[in-house]
Design a protein around this ligand. Sequence first.
Ligand code: F6P
Length: 374
Amino acid sequence: KKRIGILTSGGDCPGLNAVIRAVVKAAELNNWVVYGLPYGTDGFQDIANEKCCPEDLLLTGRCYQLPGRIRGLDVLQFFSGSVLGSISKGHPEDPEVKAAILKGYKILNIDALIVIGGDGSLDIIYDLAKEEKWNIIVIPKTIDNDVPFTEFSVGFSTAVEIVTQALYDLTFTAASHNRIMIVQVMGRDAGHLALRGGIAGGADIILIPELTPYLSLDVLDGCCHQLLKLQKSGRHFGLLVIAEGVKNQKQQKEPYIADYLLRQIQEYSQILCHEKHEDFCLLKDVDMRVTVLGHLQRSHPPVAWDRLLATAFGIKAIELIEADNYDRLVVWQKGQVSSEPLSAVINTIKERHQQKVCTSPVEKHDCMVKTARS
Ligand code: F6P
């Protein structure tokens, strides 16, 4: 009879609860117990500081009953967010925090820990687990879909759906007012969400960091020509999607890069108009608006595919623990669930972070494209 811990770390996304449900249900079949750690590694600190005892955290065997004999667990997969709560990093580099995490882990006395995490939070927990020889299994989740080795992370498909729906909705107001809508999409340094959502939502232009790392004059020129083409074809509205990871002309990150782009398009088309490219005077007067989709992209109930993926991943995690096969990332590859060694995943993530320090535009472009391809 094994004792399993489970926690969610990093930004929330749709499907986290579906993973938790699948893990608990699969563990119940083996008669194992599952403890849910509140707020990531903070949960271990709570145990160490006697804010809660392990029994408070038990997820198995609990019949938190809703009307009609529905158990909380039965409907958990339909809700977004994380019932366990999540934290970004947890600061285990602080010696006091680290000591409390280790103490709590010891008190909980688990055989394995399942971490539902993404690119941003994985390396920290991995270092801790390696140092302390914890048995861990990681389940990838993020709307950015940038965890290496897996074609899909939990949460991504729902976010794509939200972006697609937003673009559909914006089409009608754009068309009614002959406006260009500039839509900023999340994804951190990756453009997967902007690209897929943009294509499915019928965007006219999509800017992603892998191809246009920053808003160079060339990029602006391309956008203006494309928008002008639309105007001249008689289509007086348009949808322009920009991933938040695209940088400004100085190659710096802007929290509202879509606003920056709007100003740049206006200025650039004005310059072109003054330079007697008369066509562009058409563009100068076009009305433009910005929509930043923000955290709405993370908070929708998971779509069916995310629930299926979450369920397959949760069951796989329990199978790996059954086989005492630890330090693995559960992945989706070529239509199947399988797993990869965590060390390889972490190396790839660390390499990527190092590549981000390249400075010249050409170098940067090359390494971003390499990253996207990997
Ligand atoms: O990594 C997921 C993500 O939603 C990114 O797309 C986004 O840049 C970031 O998290 C936002 O983080 P926060 O919730 O801390 O604002």
